[in-house]
Design a protein around this ligand. Structure first.
Ligand code: FES
Ligand SMILES: [Fe+2]
Length: 291
């Protein structure tokens, strides 16, 4: 299966406003038609008997459907493996979902969820209660080139110095955040509760966020699902606490001045800035990324 980028190669109208004609996508502007591989099969203005220029190609991307998600492959060639997902769900299968679009770049949306020290400020009256402003580590376990786990460990500031990652006893820490590049995130809250987020970039300055809340309370799937639905408004409230602040950040990440607690964000950026295909797709200028 393939998807077409929502961008006509002719003069860049959105193909999603068009329609499907004989199995092809017809652009709403001048009626050019594209097949699933991106090939232009019709240019009405040229008439039936003219040849269609080869340079008129829409961008076609392979698509996979697993774990209830449609995944797009934006790399070169075909992927060697199916999309990666979390293998620590321990049979958790009841979940509910929520999604919304933020007018921020992909990194701003992702980094907000890799940030272990905004909680006492942004979420001071919800998940960040208790004033734990001092950040140890953060302890990060790098799994491979595309994935890492963060073990948040924050405390009330009593004058103690922040521990370095290698001074932290990881066995004390139950909660973790697992990130799989480019856009999948898990918050391991407990054996019976997880939050998973998918970040889907729409363009260089807007990102759709999908949140999934998994829970096992009774082990009866329909009941557990109903419980996750009841709790979703709280998660949405927390998400909107983030949104309020993240929407005020500029999209340009290159002028940020990071500190030790931003380490997971720096790790993510290294992956993102190296990802030429994604940056090209999002229309980011390469020279700007490496200033
Ligand atoms: S912009 Fe799509 S056919 Fe002209
Ligand atoms: Fe947050």
């Amino acid at each position: 299966m393939n998807a077409l980028l929502d961008d006509c190669p002719h003069r860049h109208a959105r193909l999603s406003l068009g329609k499907v004609v004989n199995g092809n996508v017809q652009c709403p502007y001048h009626g050019f038609e594209f097949d699933g591989s991106g090939r232009t099969v019709k240019v009405p203005a040229l008439g039936r008997s003219s040849e269609i220029p080869k340079y008129l190609r829409a961008l076609s991307i392979p698509v996979y459907e697993t774990h209830g998600i449609i995944w797009l492959w934006y790399g070169n060639g075909d992927p060697s493996k199916p999309p990666r997902f979390f293998d620590d769900l321990d049979g958790l299968s009841a979940y509910s979902e929520y999604s919304e679009v933020w007018s921020v770049s992909l990194p701003r949306a992702v980094e907000n969820q890799l940030d272990v020290f905004h909680l006492p400020f942004v979420h001071y009256n919800t998940i960040g209660r208790g004033g734990k402003t001092l950040v140890h580590g953060p302890l990060v376990k790098v799994l491979d080139d595309y994935s890492f786990i963060i073990y948040p460990f924050n405390e009330v500031d009593r004058g103690q110095r922040p521990l370095r990652g290698n001074e932290i006893d990881a066995s004390r820490l139950r909660n973790y955040l697992w990130f799989i590049y480019p856009n999948v995130w898990e918050n391991y809250i407990s054996r019976n509760m997880r939050i998973i987020a998918f970040f889907a970039p729409i363009d260089s300055s807007s990102t759709k966020i999908y949140i999934r809340l998994y829970m096992r309370v009774t082990s009866v799937k329909v009941i557990d699902r109903a419980i996750t639905k009841l709790l979703m408004p709280f998660n949405t409230y927390v998400l909107h606490q983030d949104r309020r602040v993240v929407l005020t950040q500029s999209n340009d990440i290159m002028y940020d001045k990071l500190i030790h607690a931003d380490y997971p964000i720096a790790l993510y950026r290294r992956m993102y800035l190296k990802d030429k295909e994604l940056n090209k797709l999002l229309g980011n200028a390469p020279q700007k990324l490496h200033e």
